[in-house]
Design a protein around this ligand. Sequence first.
Ligand code: PEP
Ligand code: MN
Length: 340
Amino acid sequence: MMVVMTPEATPAQIEAVVERLEAAGVHAKVMPGELTTAIGAIGDPEGVREMGLEGLPGVDQVIPISRPYKLASSELSHHEPTVVDVDGRRVGGGETFCLIAGPCTVESPDQTRAVARAVAAAGASMLRGGAFKPRSSPFSFQGLGFEGLDILAEVRAETGLPVVSEMTQAGLADRFAEQVDVVQVGARNMQNYGLLEVVGKLGRPVLLKRGLSSTLDELLQAADYVLKEGNENVILCERGIRTFETSMRFTLDLGAVPWLKLHTHLPVIVDPSHASGDRRLVGPLSRAAAAAGADGIIVEVAEEPDLALCDGPQQLYARDFPTFARQVEAHAGLLGKKLA
Ligand code: PEP
Ligand code: MN
């Protein structure tokens, strides 16, 4: 439910409504608008309806919110689109396009440093790289773990590129809060609700990937788990879903981009690498994502993808990245965006 205050409502009256809601165990989110303040009341709608909030001083009306997701909804947040600021790199807001690039997996300091320098020189705003890898088989390379995080921190210090890396378990929280700029929640963990709550408390921006078989409603409800911890810096990522089509690794759901833009205030990026599984498709899908209104892409790049321990066939050659980046930039430019 949404409690809309009158334009004359005082801060004390707003606070009184928040206190009433919280005393009843309802999560309250105050959203100051240009003329009026609204308070999102997230809890059992029937219970909130029966609280008689309309009778409190300063309350104009109490209206139902129909969507299953609340905090992520653009209906609830009648404010500007959320802009996630990662050390000065803006994600979202319609003016910038962010290029996150790097290896699938951190394998060594030299490998990570070389690709970081190459992508930074071509306009990437952040470096991606997995240290803890969620592999389908327990016998596949699982990543370098903490050593991988140390390498990312070292390369970050050398290049100035903020780093994005996936946190696979709640027990890793302290190290991620310390060493990683954007904490990624992978597709396989999108509905790991305990993990989402821990990530929401870290105080770091979160990159939340869509589950392999999750609907967009489910993605936004997963985002609510992070947002309810008071972390507003959530970036959503469409990375392909399972469909009857098997010719590509997953089916990139590009329609998700404009749909999410309509229904949420959160920034939306696209991962063409894991969606396609094939570097030959990454260019066209990235350009399409930019033209469809995505706020950025996260793309896998390596100096020597043929030697990579994970996801070699989908990683762009670093030598091809400058041309790739210019073409994507041109497509983002169609919507008036500049590289972040
Ligand atoms: C990744 O980005 O490294 C990754 C494993 O992606 P996803 O969770 O989308 O499969
Ligand atoms: Mn990968």
